[in-house]
Design a protein around this ligand. Sequence first.
Ligand code: NAP
Ligand code: MG
Length: 395
Amino acid sequence: MEKIKMQNPIVEMDGDEMTRVIWKDIKSELLEPYIDLNIDYYDLSMENRNDTDDKVTLESAKAVEKHKVGVKCATITANEDRVEEFNLKKIYPSPNATIRAYLDGVMFREPIVFDCLNILVPTWKAPIAIARHSFGDIYVSKSFDVKEGDELKVTINGEEKYSYAPDYHAIFLTQYNKIESIKYFAHECFKHALEKKMDLVFSTKDTVVPGYDSVFKDIFNEAYEDYKGDFEKAGIRYDYYLIDNAIAKIMRSEGNILWALKNYDGDVMSDMISTVFGSLSLMESSIIGKDTYLYEAAHGTVTAHYRRYQKGEITSTNSVALIFTWASGLEKRGELDGNKNLNEFGIKLKKAVKDTIEAGFITGDLISTYNKKDYVKVNYLEFIQKVKEFLEKSL
Ligand code: NAP
Ligand code: MG
């Protein structure tokens, strides 16, 4: 078979620990034999971020802005322990936060669903994806310690709008969001729901925070006017619910819902959703900007497995989300470039992963939810080889 050509590059952000090990094997076993990879490579390993004073992280985000499509391996977020372990010059910010802030995108998280894996909520038959507004609210908040007898004032251009003078010791919080950012978020959610043919639900607590959350609600309702016709044509719905009601409705649904959430709600609910669908290793994550597409796995660098790998063990680490990261990147690159072969390769690679798992070749993390009788527990290398076998049958 002749290798598939690529017109434009894909930005590759390499990462750390166990995911870096598996990432390399995915490339050499599942991609390089079939594709003339055109890559703009950035090494986001902890060592290289330290060597470059973290400049490489911003450079990689700029490269995604330039080339439009990127794939990211999981990376260590530095903390005190990592400073010691890697002899870091300082505690660097999370690469994901740096990249997300630069691309100003919406974060979508979607589980990869298999018939042979039980879902903890039995009524959920299809994915429930999360769209998290990854800007503002409590993530940019400031806390103020207000003592008994203190007076705290909120003024705009010197004009007093609010004052607070408690006769008790209190803690006070301010937060904000950008109207443009909320609008952008709303439109991306409608577009994404249409692309995925999923119902869209948006929820806030506007009854309790009318001046703040109702701004979000109104922006979504206004944006819906632009998509109403297309939603009807696609046979999908848009609904706004109070967040409590949304939870009750979603728990009883069959799935196939894109659930749009404010920053904090999305942060919390995405962990709930990924747990219900079985494993963090079956969760895709993407950051979609104005015209940029960055794909990654939702899980981290799987440090616990890496420690065992360092001692010589071939671990049974699940590579599904990492393979899907590459597959989605290539699929999108193919779509944007009108490169049908590349686009189809991405789809076939995902299908090969599904075939492998449905055939019973699974990593250790999936054993407890696997609902067929016969399975073989494989290590990460054996899993990739099985995927390769199924992939070759489809090429
Ligand atoms: P983690 O890497 O997601 O792993 C936590 C545990 O979840 C693992 O020990 C393992 O459980 C299970 N797990 C996760 N992914 C798995 C996979 N692919 N296959 C099998 N099991 C999997 O989270 P962490 O250990 O808290 O974080 C490790 C490092 O990753 C940290 O430095 C953190 O900063 C970073 N991180 C990066 C990202 C990102 O780049 N997007 C996201 C989160 C965390 P068992 O040990 O029980 O098998
Ligand atoms: Mg979270």
